[in-house]
Design a protein. Structure first.
Length: 337
């Protein structure tokens, strides 16, 4: 999906600010701020009527989505890979459209440090795993309720850091939060969570340097690795750093693994190369062998086969080519059944 234009209902020229200022009767200070924001590639949101005007909708609609957000989401659950369910709250169509625009033109503007691997273009779970390959010891800590733990006040502070006035920070914060936190299904939530967590990342990076370790974070998965023999006091140290940032550790998912154990980082085994577990790779080999010999059994799963092939390409181009060929053959035969 291509990003929406910076000014949805206005041309992309400097004169757009003049149009906006004239239509909304902006004060000289507001116009000056609009020019400053626009020159930095940010939308010139300087008055609560700017956003509805740019989208060509009533200010009342934007205000309703901001103040009564619960009416603009749908709730459902999905099954977790390891069992159980995860509650998802997804924005309805128009709110999602606005959130996508906010994400593309504001939230994603900040460059993330190298330690942040999740929700960053060009970085993957394989980059995260490779950072910890062949290190003697690994400590993995999970942040409990990562998205819901981010507060409306923290989100408003993020928008304020871009230079938006307080009124706009409240407006954007209301459009991107639900029940005082970040909703799991909103397109703005990943980038906003990363931005809020940056100060914690900085403290965790300093701690890693003190321990002479490697530190990365993929969403809510925090990983330290190195020659250090991690102990329970180290987990307590991280717990305090997270507490200061408003987050808590999920003790149930905390793991310390030495060189002799299977070291797993974001689902990848990193004892040697960063690879999916052997059991999963064997299951995929058996699946594609079956698909090659009995393609009719996979006619409704051709897209899933292609997705697996693309995933495998991140660690084995040779195997991915073979899987991709089989997936293509299944797809072509399904079209001629």
């Amino acid at each position: 999906m291509n990003p929406l234009p910076l000014l949805v209902s206005l041309p992309r020229e400097p004169e757009s600010i003049d149009v906006l200022a004239g239509e909304l009767d902006l004060t000289p200070d507001e116009r000056s701020l609009a020019v400053s924001l626009y020159s930095r590639g940010l939308p010139p949101l300087v008055h609560r009527k700017c956003l509805p005007y740019m989208f060509g909708v009533s200010p009342r609609l934007i205000a309703a989505m901001q103040k009564r957000a619960e009416h603009y989401y749908r709730r459902f659950t999905i099954n977790k890979q390891g069992g159980g369910t995860r509650a998802i709250v997804a924005p309805r169509r128009f709110l999602k459209l606005i959130q996508t625009w906010i994400n593309g033109h504001i939230c994603s503007k900040e460059r993330m440090p190298e330690c942040v691997m999740g929700f960053v273009r060009g970085r993957s779970i394989f980059d995260n795993g490779r950072a910890h390959c062949k290190n003697k010891n690994v400590m993995v800590v999970d942040v409990k309720d990562f998205f819901p733990s981010v507060t409306l006040q923290q989100v408003e502070a993020v928008f304020a850091s871009f230079g938006f006035p307080e009124e706009i920070c409240r407006q954007l914060g209301g459009l991107c939060t639900l029940d005082g936190g970040l909703p799991q299904g909103a397109p703005t939530s990943p980038a906003l969570a990363n931005l809020v967590f940056l100060s914690v990342d900085e403290r965790l990076s300093r701690q890693a340097a003190e321990w002479n370790c490697t530190y990365t974070r993929y969403a809510d998965d925090i990983v330290f690795s190195g020659a250090r023999h991690f102990i329970s006091e180290d987990v307590a140290c991280l717990r305090e750093i997270l507490r200061q940032g408003g987050f808590t550790i999920n003790d149930r998912k905390t793991r310390i693994v030495g060189q002799g154990g299977r070291q797993t980082v974001t689902g990848l085994v990193v004892n040697g190369k960063a690879l999916p577990p052997r059991s999963k790779r064997r299951r995929w080999r058996a699946m594609f062998h079956r698909a090659a010999n009995h393609p009719h059994e996979f006619f409704d799963r051709a897209r899933s086969l292609a997705g697996i092939a693309a995933f495998v390409n991140q660690y084995s181009s040779e195997r991915a080519t073979e899987y991709g060929r089989i997936a293509q053959e299944v797809r072509e035969k399904s079209q001629h059944r």
